[in-house]
Design a protein. Structure first.
Length: 361
């Protein structure tokens, strides 16, 4: 039951307060609002008085006689060696603030935070103890869940040999330790756009254009390039990333990953000659950015849908539709996009002496 010392009314104590409201009412409001309980005791004796909230936290029947020894016995065996001295510390006149586990009578485990102060007697000796106990199990469970997710994340990164990168809202490299390990670049060398220096010269402009497009359109980034690794060998990687947004829609940061691309021809072996031009749908003259934009509009297809059906990234579609891009797309990418649009009912026209056009198939 509530202690007399804790539950003395404000009026009886001679303190100001709300008229008609006692400490009992305030403490009950606090206990009802959360997992908290109170105790008080004469430190020269073993018995202590506990509030209903403390009985609730400890999983005890309010009729149970509560002693210091009983409370110490509830401490988890693994925590008892460190936290079993709390009563001795209080009796020496020192306050305490501890966090530890208890095992309740029903064998359930709870994390609690215990804070207590000591009131001195007329001769300056430790006389009265006052304490508050918080149930912090939910906070510990949340922290444990976060730690588990972080461990799984690290295990996944290790298993996939992935290189995770995080850059600033404007797309400038800041901290990319795994990229530094992969390429051997120093922290200063990869700052800003310096990371592009580790990209193969033939892939550098295309990679930079893809990144600029993603940043300017706040769109997912996805492209392949060769990286000069720390061992001096160029290897192919697929890099993809997305913007992480704040609640107001602004970009907080970019986060992405570089994954190795399987296949011998992507690890330095000579590339096979391009296949002869295909015949039928998807073959023929190179389609223009205006034709792609017009074809999408004709069939009512979004960039996301076209990217999904063509098995390319949205940023690639944006580059293909940007006449000022200056980056020459790969023929297989254009053919894939063209096939999807032709299958949707569009025919691309290339009449002599006329601009490339469109018509319904």
């Amino acid at each position: 039951m509530p202690t007399r010392s804790l539950m003395r009314s404000n009026a009886a104590a001679g303190h100001g307060g709300f008229r008609g409201m006692s400490s009992r009412h305030f403490l009950k409001m606090i206990e009802d609002a959360g997992e908290v309980g109170f105790w008080s005791a004469d430190l020269r004796r073993d018995r202590l008085d506990a509030s209903i909230g403390l009985y609730r936290i400890l999983g005890l029947d309010p009729s149970t006689e509560f002693t210091f020894g009983f409370a110490l016995d509830m401490i988890h065996p693994e925590d008892r060696a460190v936290h079993g001295d709390q009563i001795a510390v209080l009796r020496s006149g020192q306050p305490i603030s501890r966090e530890f586990r208890i095992i309740r009578p029903d064998r359930t485990q709870r994390w609690i935070h215990h804070r207590a102060e000591v009131l001195l007697g007329p001769q300056g000796e430790p006389h009265q103890g006052l304490g508050v106990v918080f149930d912090v199990t939910a906070r510990h469970d949340t922290r444990k869940a976060v730690e588990q997710r972080f461990d799984r994340y690290n295990a996944l990164i290790t298993a996939t040999a992935a290189v995770v990168w995080i850059v600033s809202p404007d797309g400038e490299a800041l901290e990319m330790p795994l990229w530094q390990t992969l390429t051997g670049q120093s922290h200063g060398a990869m700052q800003g756009q310096g990371w592009l220096d580790a990209i193969h010269p033939e892939d550098r402009e295309r990679t930079a254009a893809a990144w600029r497009t993603a940043v300017s359109h706040v769109a997912p980034y996805n492209t392949d390039f060769r990286v000069l690794c720390a061992d001096g060998v160029f290897r192919w990687f697929n890099s993809r990333g997305v913007p992480v947004l704040n609640r107001d829609g602004s970009i907080r940061e970019w986060v992405g990953v570089c994954l190795t691309v399987p296949g011998q021809n992507r690890f330095g072996a000579p590339r096979m000659p391009d296949k002869p031009a295909e015949t039928g749908p998807g073959a023929g003259p190179v389609i223009t950015p205006a034709q792609i934009r017009g074809a999408r509009g004709m069939v009512g297809m979004s960039k996301d849908e076209l990217a999904r059906r063509s098995e390319v990234s949205v940023s690639t579609i944006m580059r293909l539709e940007d006449a000022a891009s200056g980056v020459r797309p790969r023929s297989e990418t254009l053919q894939a996009v063209r096939r999807v649009l032709e299958q949707a009912g569009v025919a691309f026209t290339f009449e002599p002496g006329a601009k490339p056009g469109l018509r319904e198939a």
